[in-house]
Design a protein. Structure first.
Lengths: 416, 154
């Protein structure tokens, strides 16, 4: 039986000719990631176990992005703990305020992930790097600690769902609409423990930012990883970011998939996930009259330059509706600077939006835009769980940057 | 082990198990004080050492925060029984030594307050109210070994 792309990478990193779904393997890691929330727990675990030393100081990335710039004393203590650990272990890729960005936008930008890599991160959205043809998955802090110390992790080899993408999406359709449509179709458990492998001619019509967004939210369907095969779009993105080549794998022709889901990109319309699960999707024309209090455009899902461009296209010459707070969060400093150079920052400010420093901030209810009782927010983030962005009675509607910007102008969910 | 069940529904996410606003600490006891707060404000007051948590499908979905199983464990819960677990939560629970069992029938049959008995070694669950015994297949050897060590770093 042939192997899927994800299985090929796991087999390679486990030093095996072949792996089968359900098999438990121990595999070598190319990168271990942690942030200011999850790394302190990992550092505690290493200390408790009396383990000192990391397997490779160049293959660990620590990013201070969640509650940074620090929102309170406790958060500052957590970052301090990470900073001291990074210094003591001489960690090469330690990103603090000034250099940091949202981890899943930052690591690809810094060229730390290549096709064929095996990456674990103590953050559930680590699955983002599948966009570059890597096997990359979220784990907890103990796995991170073990990975930092040993350079290995245990994996149950996943079976896979083939997502066959066809056609070309319309101009205002984003990667976000593709993944929300898929989650709406298969549900939040639809890919539990499995890989989502994106294939088909439609892939050529998805730019790298679309692919990052799509793989980022694979976890919201329960998936272990999401992955696109390496192609010229991947090559173009990697060019100039890394001197490493990685290893290009392809799924076997006779690879087995548990299920095939077809998506015609040309048929997609802007999609919104209603509270309180990402699977509660409706097309925007079915949204009804939902007045909103806040819009957040950013996060590891949609804080890329193309996301900011899509939002700026809407905001240009328009104003954020009275009574709506629009918060724009470029995912990294490089993206922020690019937005300034392209004049996007000026468009946002003239529209009455505010631009924040890169941070995960409001996405997980940390800071920089917490919701009060009964408030509603259209967010380009990834989760709309109860209380995720603030008060337990507040509501989050997940959408693309285009829909979010339109909604900010309209004062309610909709498109212009 | 024997304890009283605290029953929840499907898709219990790690944001409700431990809201992110409390993630500015990794102190397990502090986390436990806010465990389940957003879906069950009384949980930390009513839970007793040895109690059992039961839930539907996809328990622990969402964020990878290990604070979630840490908070549940520190609250005194001795075992979580669910119809299914989200994969990162599953790993985290095994890695920190919080016993979890996937048993759809036992999870769905259970009601809040049921007296339940669990034998992890023999692989069974008894719901005393129903007088019903459920057998749970053992984990693969590699995972049993991690559990036996008391966690990944045990």
């Amino acid at each position: 039986m042939g192997m899927t792309l994800s299985q090929k990478i796991l087999a390679d990193k486990a030093g095996l000719e072949e792996v089968k779904p359900g098999q438990l393997v121990t595999a070598k890691l190319d990168l271990v990631l942690g942030n200011d929330i999850t790394s302190p727990v990992a550092i505690n675990e290493l200390n408790k176990a009396g383990k000192s030393g990391v397997f490779d100081k160049d293959k660990i990335a620590l990013v201070m992005d969640h509650f940074a710039p620090n929102k309170d004393i406790k958060s500052a203590q957590q970052c301090k703990k990470c900073r001291e650990f990074a210094a003591a272990q001489n960690i090469t890729h330690f990103y603090d305020v000034g250099e940091m960005g949202i981890e899943h936008a930052l690591l690809p930008e810094k060229g730390l992930v290549c096709p064929g890599d095996l990456v674990i991160g103590a953050d559930s959205h680590t699955c983002t790097y599948g966009a570059l043809g890597a096997f990359s998955t979220g784990v907890g802090s103990t796995d991170m600690a073990y990975g930092m110390h040993k350079g290995t992790a245990w994996f149950k080899v996943p079976s896979a769902i083939k997502v066959l993408l066809k056609g070309k999406k319309a101009a205002n359709i984003c990667g976000k609409d593709v993944i929300l449509h898929l989650i709406g179709k298969i549900g939040v458990c639809g890919a539990l423990y499995k890989s989502l492998e994106f294939v088909g001619d439609g892939c050529r019509n998805l730019d790298i930012d679309d692919r990052f967004t799509i793989c980022n939210m694979a976890i919201e369907a329960g998936a272990k990883n999401g992955i696109f095969a390496y192609d010229e779009i991947t090559a173009e993105y990697l060019n100039g970011r890394t001197s490493r080549k990685g290893k290009i794998h392809e799924a076997d022709k006779d690879a087995e998939y548990e299920q095939t889901v077809e998506i015609d990109l040309s048929a997609l319309t802007p999609t919104v996930a209603f509270p309180h699960l990402p699977e509660n999707t409706r097309t925007v024309d079915q949204a009804g009259d939902i007045k909103i209090d806040q819009v957040v455009i950013g996060s590891c899902t949609n804080g890329h330059i193309s996301d900011l461009r899509a939002a700026a296209n809407v905001f240009k010459g328009r104003k954020v509706a009275k009574g709506v707070r629009a918060i724009i969060i470029p995912a990294t400093n490089e993206i922020y600077l690019q937005a300034i150079k392209e004049g996007l920052a000026e468009i946002f400010i003239n529209a009455g939006a505010v631009i924040s420093t890169p941070t995960c901030g409001p996405c997980l209810g940390g800071h920089m835009g917490i919701l009060a009782e009964n408030e509603r927010c259209v967010a380009t983030t990834n989760r709309n769980f109860v209380g995720r962005m603030g008060h337990i009675t507040s509501e989050i509607y997940l959408a693309s940057p285009y829909v979010a910007a339109c909604s900010a102008v309209l004062g309610k969910i909709g498109v212009l | 082990m024997t304890g009283k069940a605290h029953k929840y529904g499907d898709n219990v996410d790690t944001d409700v198990i431990i809201p992110a606003r409390y993630l500015n600490t990794s102190d397990a006891r502090e986390l436990a004080a806010h465990c389940m707060e957003d879906i069950d404000a009384e949980f930390s007051a009513k839970v007793h050492g040895g109690d059992i948590m039961t839930a539907g499908e996809n328990f622990g979905c969402g964020s990878s925060r290990e604070h979630a199983p840490l908070a549940i464990k520190a609250s005194g819960i001795s075992c979580v029984i669910a119809a299914s677990f989200a994969r990162i939560f599953f790993r985290n629970a095994i890695n920190i030594g919080l016993p979890i069992l996937e048993c759809k029938e036992a999870a769905l049959d259970s009601l809040d307050g049921d007296e339940m008995e669990i034998d992890l070694t023999k692989g069974f669950i008894i719901n005393k109210r129903l007088g019903k015994k459920y057998s749970v297949p053992p984990y693969p050897a590699e995972i049993r070994e991690i559990i036996a060590r008391g966690g990944l770093f045990g």
